[in-house]
Design a protein around this ligand. Structure first.
Ligand SMILES: CC(C)(COP(=O)(O)OP(=O)(O)OC[C@H]1O[C@@H](n2cnc3c(N)ncnc32)[C@H](O)[C@@H]1OP(=O)(O)O)[C@@H](O)C(=O)NCCC(=O)NCCS
Length: 166
């Protein structure tokens, strides 16, 4: 398969939402009992149109063979607002990405991240960040292979578990 990475256009918003919806279903929807896995299809239109049209956001689609080919993956990113606690940091956030199951392991994800890094540098970023569920070890390995290193660890407790202990 030849692979083409395109910047999503307004007319691509449905394809972007479909890929994001599949990510919610297989990732957050499986790992977080409070996640509304149907959010992208129900309420995501304005959000994903914003990712496409904002100068400080990035929406990429990976397509098979040509700029009009079947979508096999997506990546969204955005520049973070300045943070006065870290005045010299200019941070680009990789917000979400997914590759269709049948295309995984063929370099699609790596190409998407390469494009994200180029865009981040064009935006003047000097850091890039991404979050992943700790249980998504595949994604964590993938990101580490692209040079990301763990920094903060988020910890959570389901408070109803305290009632069960009592
Ligand atoms: C994570 C994901 C985007 C990777 O995309 P991909 O197209 O399969 O990745 P690539 O084929 O480009 O792999 C690039 C490198 O990462 C490595 N890699 C990919 N998946 C891996 C895994 N599960 N475990 C370890 N390494 C992995 C590959 O071996 C390859 O290594 P190399 O550069 O040394 O050759 C894809 O698996 C995916 O969509 N997963 C489900 C959705 C998801 O979890 N998204 C991230 C949410 S935070």
């Amino acid at each position: 398969m030849s692979l083409v990475i395109t910047v999503a256009r307004v007319e691509d918003v449905t394809a972007l939402i479909q890929s994001a919806a599949s990510l919610f279903q297989e990732d957050g929807g499986q790992r977080d009992p409070f996640m509304d896995a149907n959010w992208p299809t129900r309420n995501g239109l304005d959000y994903y149109l914003g990712m496409i049209t904002s100068a400080r956001s990035l929406a990429l689609l990976a397509r098979r063979d040509s700029t009009e080919g079947t979508v096999v993956g997506h990546l969204t990113g955005q520049m973070r607002a300045p943070n006065e606690l870290r005045p010299n940091a200019v941070v680009a956030e990789l917000v979400s990405m997914r590759v269709t199951e049948e295309q995984r392991g063929h370099g699609v994800g790596a190409k998407l991240v390469e494009h994200f890094f180029s865009w981040a540098k064009e935006q003047g970023a000097n850091q890039a960040t991404v979050s992943a569920y700790a249980s998504n070890t595949d994604a964590v390995c993938f990101y580490q292979g692209r040079g990301f290193q763990p920094e903060l660890i988020g910890l959570k407790i389901d408070l109803s578990s305290l009632d069960q202990q009592a």
